[in-house]
Design a protein around this ligand. Structure first.
Ligand SMILES: *Cc1c(COP(=O)(O)O)cnc(C)c1O
Length: 418
């Protein structure tokens, strides 16, 4: 048995046995997001800070007793999680800060944070004996599901907007998924995928809708706190689209507080693109995200483009309950953050990953953070995911390559001009 007590509806508080509902509280349809509730006393019998010290499994599975899977579940072979947390003193000094870390989730097997969630989907689907797993995605959740499915030979069908970056589509095709390029945006792909899952009986990984995705995503804050020797940071900056990552980070921190492994709740700082700012707008204006209409989203950071954030209830709670904030950054600020982060830390991020750093820059400008706070910036995806985006950022920074003939004379000419 795993350590899940029940699933709790975020809207009504009603609880369900895990075998009672498939994904959401049926009373509220796709809005009926549920939270996975654990028996922490039971968990404490299977895992402790001391047992972790001797645990050589450097992947998300080191926290298995805190995850909604059976203790003896066979897990896919790809090594997911335990990504590096780099101390970045030069970047900190540039911003007038003293303690700054960058966690690089571009280092996951399919090169984004989404591996943490998709691997849980694959384990849950196999628990249920599902023939086919499906998801809609802006690209990374799909690539993650696709790669992890390939590692275990699991069939899957993927729905992405037709304009998804080429690298992400290439991953899907290379991994052998059945790929549907939807003529429309992410929200259209999401709706079609929900209908398809229902019509064909496929296991549905969709973000927000599937309650176990937050559970996989929470492993990032479990890792951050363990990597910081259980001295939790003061703030964590993360970019936000659907809101599942920020909700998952919050969940991990709540787990750690409930276990008594950390002594304070870090403030969660959600960073949104100015053109996809549903949650930032709702937070600033105190709007109810259950009634707020979708917005017309457009941003260069495709991974955080969402007209109707699917995990908006958890995303709002993550910021309000931790006394954090939502910050918006322009596309230009996002693109400029790619080379800034790369040069200051060696971490190469896709636009949505760099957005978290752009949010920190803005928070410093606005006086929202103080110099002695311990701050973590989460890079959620590798720069190789969107080379066109990286090149735009580099152009903005005014750097370019030099053209040289293959002889030393010409090199000398070029070197003199620099
Ligand atoms: C999915 C994704 C995000 C945002 O996560 P949400 O759960 O949609 O808020 C941020 N960055 C990258 C690279 C992503 O793939």
């Amino acid at each position: 048995m795993n350590h899940v007590l029940h699933l709790r509806s975020l809207i009504s508080g009603r609880t369900f046995r895990p075998d009672e509902i498939d994904y959401v509280d049926p009373e509220f349809g796709t809005d009926g997001i549920v939270d996975v509730v654990y028996d922490y006393d039971l968990i404490k019998r299977h895992i402790s800070r001391e047992s972790l010290r001797d645990n050589r499994d450097y992947s998300v599975w080191r926290y298995k007793p805190l995850l909604p899977v059976e203790p003896d579940a066979t897990v896919p072979p790809l090594q997911i999680g335990w990504t590096p947390l780099y101390s970045t003193p030069r970047l900190a000094a540039d911003l007038g800060l003293r303690h700054l870390w960058v966690k690089d989730d571009g280092r996951n097997p399919t090169a984004s944070f989404k591996d943490r969630a998709s691997v849980i989907a694959v384990v849950k689907a196999q628990e249920r004996g599902a023939q086919i797993i499906t998801t809609a995605s802006t690209g990374n959740a799909a690539a993650a599901l696709s790669g992890i499915c390939a590692s275990v030979g699991q069939a899957n069908v993927i729905f992405v907007p037709e304009k998804a970056p080429q690298a992400k589509v290439a991953q899907l095709l290379a991994y052998g998924s059945t790929v549907m390029l939807v003529r429309g945006k992410y929200d259209d792909a999401f709706e079609l995928c929900l209908q398809a899952a229902d019509a064909y009986g496929w296991y549905n990984r969709n973000t927000g809708f599937n309650p176990y995705m937050s559970e996989g995503k929470k492993t990032a804050t479990l890792e951050i706190c363990e990597q910081m020797s259980w001295q939790a940071p003061d703030r964590i900056f993360v970019s936000v689209g659907d809101g599942c990552i920020i909700g998952g980070l919050h969940k991990g921190l709540k787990d750690l507080l409930a276990l008594g492994w950390i002594d304070h709740m870090p403030k969660l700082m959600g960073v949104q693109a100015a053109g996809s700012n549903y949650l930032a707008e709702a937070w600033e204006n105190g709007e109810d995200v259950l009634t707020k209409a979708p917005i017309d989203d457009h941003t260069v950071a495709d991974s955080i483009s969402a007209g109707l954030p699917r995990d908006r209830l958890k995303a709002m709670a993550a910021v309000t309950e931790t006394d954090g904030a939502y910050i918006t950054v322009t596309d230009e600020e996002i693109l400029a953050a790619i080379p800034a982060l790369a040069r200051g830390s060696g971490v190469f991020a896709e636009p949505a990953g760099a957005a978290a750093y752009a949010g920190l820059v803005k928070a410093v400008e606005q006086g929202l953070v103080s110099a002695d706070e311990r701050i973590v910036v989460l890079n959620t995806g590798s720069g190789l995911k969107d080379v066109a985006g990286a090149m735009k950022g580099v152009e903005l920074s005014g750097t370019q390559a030099y053209r040289v003939a293959p002889d030393l004379e010409d090199l000398r000419r070029v070197m003199r001009s620099i």
